[in-house]
Design a protein around this ligand. Structure first.
Ligand SMILES: Nc1nc2c(ncn2[C@@H]2O[C@H](COP(=O)(O)OP(=O)(O)OP(=O)(O)O)[C@@H](O)[C@H]2O)c(=O)[nH]1
Ligand SMILES: [Mg+2]
Length: 232
């Protein structure tokens, strides 16, 4: 067992997950991987099973009665703590998060950060091929969070990040009930509030080439409401 686990939430990522797993196996052959899938209907599960059969370090959980990025990540955090890992790297399955940055995220954790965010909005970071609307949504979400919660990190909504699990464990109960991507904000907020060290490294967010975004209206609404609730 490695001391670090790579956590990947998946929902209908058939055309991305295979490539991602191949890249991870090549770059980090000894690292454990944990996939949390919410009962994908497009064949993603069959691909995950095939890899897990071949590589003993690839683990997965299929949730059949729940859906949501936030609750899937929470399940992954709890599972990783239970299994005794020291660090956790969290990344999307859709190839927007280039695995090349994982070693740098781990270095930051080893050198003392409790949370390290792969950030689009620090010097040297950026986004590839984003439409004006997509830029506006991301900028708006980050600005809203900063105005309300005063978080110092520049990219609080980035889902590409690393955690020291002993620190994350201390805020887990506060995250309960977060269903969508608002959980990214909540972990950063709660960890900073507890005095843990939050760091950022620059990264370039790639364009999604295959599959559909799951960013829906309900998830955005939850984001606005839960951030407001944290504030007041
Ligand atoms: N288990 C699980 N994973 C999910 C769910 N929704 C999204 N994901 C995964 O979470 C990651 C991020 O979701 P995306 O839809 O790519 O969100 P995004 O990157 O903010 O949006 P785009 O830039 O449009 O791709 C991907 O790996 C998804 O497959 C869900 O309900 N359950
Ligand atoms: Mg994505």
């Amino acid at each position: 067992m490695s001391d670090t686990v790579i956590l990947i939430p998946t929902y209908n990522e058939r055309d991305n997950i295979e490539k991602l797993l191949e890249m991870l196996i090549e770059l980090y052959p000894d690292m454990d991987i944990l996939i949390i899938d919410d009962n994908s209907t497009d064949g993603t599960i069959e691909i995950i099973r095939r890899f897990s059969d071949e590589y003993p370090n690839i683990h997965y959980i299929i949730r059949v009665d729940e859906r949501g990025l936030g609750s899937a990540l929470l399940r992954g955090y709890r599972e990783a703590i239970k299994r005794g890992y020291k660090y956790l790297i969290q990344m999307d399955a859709d190839l927007q998060h280039d695995p090349i940055y994982i070693s740098e995220l781990i270095d930051s954790l080893r050198s003392g950060c409790d949370l390290v965010i792969a950030s689009r909005y620090v010097e040297g970071g950026g986004v590839e091929n984003w439409s004006f609307t997509r830029r506006l949504i991301s900028w708006g979400a980050n600005t809203y969070v900063k105005l309300l919660l005063g978080i110092k990190a520049r990219d609080v909504t980035s889902g590409y990040r690393g955690f020291r699990l002993s620190s994350l464990k201390e805020v887990l109960d506060e995250l309960e009930g977060a269903s969508g991507f608002v959980i990214q904000v909540e972990t950063a907020y709660q960890m900073a509030r507890k005095g843990f060290r939050v760091c950022e490294i620059p990264f370039t967010f790639r364009a999604r080439l295959h599959g559909a975004s799951k960013l829906g209206f309900k998830v955005v609404l939850e984001f606005f409401i839960r951030v407001l609730k944290l504030r007041f």
